[in-house]
Write a protein that binds this ligand. Structure first.
Ligand SMILES: NC(=O)c1ccc[n+]([C@@H]2O[C@H](COP(=O)([O-])OP(=O)(O)OC[C@H]3O[C@@H](n4cnc5c(N)ncnc54)[C@H](OP(=O)(O)O)[C@@H]3O)[C@@H](O)[C@H]2O)c1
Length: 269
């Protein structure tokens, strides 16, 4: 009986009432879904992107659907001044900062032999450097407050190599290692740091892949034989954002239809 009541309490732990979350890159794609899901669980959410004209209607729509306060902030995660200004604004407008979702990301596809320095720099700055300095700046606020949750959006390339995405692979691998390192260093500050590695989801980022022969490769190679729906990432997201994960840190969950588990030789894949 006691365990049954404990189970009911645990379900309640997934709620985020009274919390304030920051989701970077929430103007579209997966970030927009994360922002709406986190607001749906009860948190106020700051959404960021590089264009206020795109962000504002997204904020209004999510606020209308969830009844939460959704505050849009225009910023570039590759720019440290922007990061500092954004986190100061979050604390001023919302009064606190409990959850950071490092979602903003870019990719550039080119063979390793031909990759240009400026394309390398852009991909690494946004994904790797941006993630670390968002963590550092928000981590300082979380430490002062007595704790927090950081969720970083990783990739299949955090664990395996795929061709033509060398800086993206370096960045996503590095982001996984930063996740582990911060989990260790900030355990004493009650900040849990975890990662979600999505498989293949239809967004602007994967547009090229959706439209050529790689689509067939993805369907053949994924045991569940389909692309993911962005809402299917929310279970892992709410786990890592909420008290339900208070003793989980430094971990990564693949949400990938079984991709990283292996492939099925009976189907000749
Ligand atoms: N889709 C997938 O299958 C997949 C798989 C694995 C991992 N991921 C990861 O999931 C995350 C979201 O990807 P997505 O598929 O949703 O991509 P997306 O549709 O292209 O969205 C990317 C988001 O990041 C923002 N962004 C890009 N550069 C930025 C910058 N310099 N500063 C601030 N914001 C920036 C964009 O906003 P603005 O352009 O308005 O600034 C947009 O909101 C990325 O980290 C990606 O690597 C996606």
């Amino acid at each position: 009986m006691q365990i049954m009541f404990r189970a009911m309490e645990i379900l309640e732990q997934f709620r985020l009432d009274g919390k304030v979350a920051v989701v970077t890159g929430a103007s579209r794609g997966l970030g927009r879904v994360f922002a709406e899901g986190i607001a749906g669980a009860g948190a106020d959410v700051v959404i960021t992107g590089r264009d206020m004209a795109t962000l504002k209607p997204v904020a209004e729509e999510i606020a209308g659907q969830t009844g939460r306060r959704i505050h849009p902030v225009c910023m570039d995660v590759g720019n440290l001044d922007d990061i500092r200004r954004t986190v100061a604004e979050v604390r001023e407008v919302c009064g606190r900062l409990d959850i950071l979702v490092n979602n903003a990301g870019v990719n550039h596809r080119e063979t390793a032999l031909d990759f240009r320095e400026e394309d390398w720099d852009r991909v690494v700055d946004v994904n790797l450097k941006g993630t670390f300095f968002m963590c550092q700046t928000c981590g300082r606020a979380m430490k002062e407050q007595g704790g927090g949750k950081i969720v970083t959006i990783l990739s299949l390339t955090s664990g395996i190599g795929l061709p033509t995405v060398v800086p993206y692979t370096a960045a996503k691998g590095g982001m996984m290692q930063i996740t582990k390192m911060l989990a260790v260093e900030w355990a004493e500050h009650n900040i849990q740091v975890n990662g979600i590695a999505p498989g293949f989801f239809r967004t602007e980022l994967t547009k090229a892949v959706q439209e050529d022969e790689r689509n067939n490769w993805i369907l053949n190679r994924t045991p569940m034989e389909r692309w993911g729906e962005p809402e299917e990432l929310l279970g892992a997201m709410l786990l890592f954002c909420s008290p339900a994960s208070d003793f989980i840190t430094g971990q990564m969950i693949y949400v990938d239809g079984g991709f990283m588990a292996g492939s099925d030789w009976r189907k000749g894949k």
